[in-house]
Ligand binder design. Structure first.
Ligand code: PRE
Length: 122
């Protein structure tokens, strides 16, 4: 499947030509004055999150196949701490402790998908 956005946003110079691009409208919290508007903004973000989480899981499946020891047995606390620290720099209100809980669930979900694929011989 080719790129799903058509010319916009323009690819960055170091962007692979066969990557997909997700464009997300991020409402500014201060601009939301009703529950309906705020929920619609949350729904838009959750839709993007679902796409990101699904793609992340598919890529984590690939990592498990490529690692010498994949799956739950190959879990790396050091790598997970790096991921959380990088995210905390972009999400200061959430902070590292809360992000660690979120990412633990996200990473486990990816490893479960990898395990399902492995058992199915896929
Ligand atoms: O980077 C890896 O080594 C992975 O297996 C991927 C991943 C992840 O989902 O980000 C999954 C498990 C590891 O504990 C660390 C990270």
């Amino acid at each position: 499947m080719g790129r799903r956005s058509f010319g916009y946003p323009r690819p960055a110079p170091d962007e692979p030509a066969d990557a997909d691009v997700l464009r997300v409208l991020l409402a500014r919290p201060g601009a939301l004055a009703s529950v309906g508007d705020a929920r619609a903004a949350i729904d838009a973000i959750d839709a993007a999150l679902a796409v990101l989480l699904e793609r992340r899981a598919e890529i984590a499946v690939v990592v498990q196949r490529l690692k010498p020891v994949g799956g739950f047995a190959g879990r790396s606390a050091e790598r997970e701490a790096q991921i959380v620290a990088a995210m905390a720099a972009r999400a200061p209100a959430l902070g590292a402790a809360r992000l660690a809980r979120v990412m633990d669930a996200v990473i486990e979900a990816g490893l479960e998908v990898a395990e399902e694929r492995r058992s199915a011989g896929a």
